[in-house]
Design a protein around this ligand. Sequence first.
Ligand SMILES: [Cu+2]
Length: 191
Amino acid sequence: MTTITSKILPFSVAALAMTQFLSSAALAKDYDLGSIHISQPWARATPKGAAAAAAYMTITNNGKVPDRVSCVSSDASAECQIHTMTMDNGVMKMRPVEGGLEIKPGETVTLKPASFHVMLLNLKHPLAEGDTTKITLKFDNAGTVDVESQVLALGATAPGASAGGGSMMMGDHGGGMMSAPGGGTMQMKKQ
Ligand SMILES: [Cu+2]
């Protein structure tokens, strides 16, 4: 392993860069708050000048009563909301979830692209890949928690797809990987 040098074996370097990215992803914090478990919080990098960004995570309610989560604030934006996304006459529309997003007892809700998401509105600065952004969530029953979300690549679709994000260090190679999320994602899950 230690004999690999970056200048001679670019492919091995890509693998190394990916491995490093994977280990940092594996270290991404999960959160336990009463009966609520939050895993794999992440946000998507934004282009320069973007007014809004989205963050995602998986929330499980291990308790016996429903809970509702809303977003209080984020260090990256002036406003924070939880949005739902629905198809309306063939057009994807998003709107704030009124009264908070309900997580039923025993239920796991995944906030992900094209579905529920945390919407960071009026961004103070763009989100750059590799950064983290702090999001403060409030659960009606479980209380308030600060969630550090890792910022993944602009086109990332899930933390598993960060294989593409890692490869972006290698230039245009990343684009190809990301347009084939199936293979990349499967490989990640084995780690
Ligand atoms: Cu939204």
